[in-house]
Ligand binder design. Structure first.
Ligand SMILES: Nc1ncnc2c1ncn2[C@@H]1O[C@H](COP(=O)(O)OP(=O)(O)OP(=O)(O)O)[C@@H](O)[C@H]1O
Ligand SMILES: [Mg+2]
Length: 223
């Protein structure tokens, strides 16, 4: 079943007299349960695409459909619900709050969500255990390694039991061994039925996904 469909997506940024076409008529779709890597050089539009897919930004033209529903026609409340309950975001800069420990950071999205899905301590512990950070539960971010911080960010993205994960360069700050571990982890999420779309400019990592979409200058050059 199609989870995401994008049609002729174009994004133009205007800065003074300068315009940048960050995305140029991009179309593709992603089925439920797929593991997709988006690759391409710096400036090719990967982050822009991910933000639009995640309803964090709107396209200049074109449309995104989530479960066959046009995002452009959704009201603020619908968009908010999708962002909070359906999507898990993993950003390159982990955005962990330094004053909160691991479990508090992970629980943050729950404060905002009013999630109808049941999320209890047992589920939280299961995520922490799967990610290998259960023992770090009470640590503050500054007491963690880069790889551990990234796993906390992944745990936080999972806390609302999202249907799909959007990850922007989740391994950019990690060595190759930890990067592969993170990708294997994403793979396990896919095996559990979560759809994963991950941006990376590392071809070796991209080859671990089932499918690759390659961008250049805002256009798809291969899928
Ligand atoms: N807010 C903005 N205003 C103007 N131009 C922007 C803005 N955000 C991105 N751009 C431009 O749009 C193009 C695509 O940017 P984007 O961040 O999507 O690239 P990327 O593929 O994620 O690159 P990287 O691998 O370096 O993260 C770039 O030329 C960038 O300079
Ligand atoms: Mg980027």
């Amino acid at each position: 079943m199609t989870l995401l469909k994008i049609e002729n997506l174009t994004k133009i940024y205007i800065r003074g007299a300068e315009t940048v076409k960050a995305l140029d008529s991009v179309s593709f779709s992603v089925n439920n349960g797929e593991f997709v890597a988006i690759t391409g050089p710096s400036g090719s539009g990967k982050t822009t695409l991910l933000h639009i897919l995640g309803c964090l930004d709107r396209p200049t033209s074109g449309e995104v459909y989530i479960d066959d529903k046009a995002v452009g026609k959704m009201n603020d409340k619908e968009l908010d619900n999708i962002r909070r309950l359906k999507i898990g975001f993993i950003f390159q800069q982990f955005y962990l709050l330094p004053e909160l420990n691991v479990i508090e950071n992970i629980k943050l999205p729950l404060l905002f969500s009013g999630n109808p899905k049941k999320i209890g301590e047992e589920y939280l512990n299961e995520i922490l255990d799967t990610l290998g950070i259960l023992k770090r539960k009470n640590h503050k971010p500054k007491e963690l390694s880069g790889g551990e911080m990234q796993r906390v960010a992944i745990a936080r993205a999972l806390v609302n039991k999202p249907e799909f994960i959007l990850a922007d360069e989740p391994t950019a700050n990690l060595d190759s061994e930890n990067s592969i571990k993170i990708f294997e982890l994403l793979k396990r999420l896919v095996e559990k039925g979560i759809t994963v779309i991950v941006v990376t400019h590392n071809n070796e990592l991209a080859s671990l996904a089932e499918r690759r979409i390659k961008l250049k200058d805002g256009r798809i050059i291969s899928t």
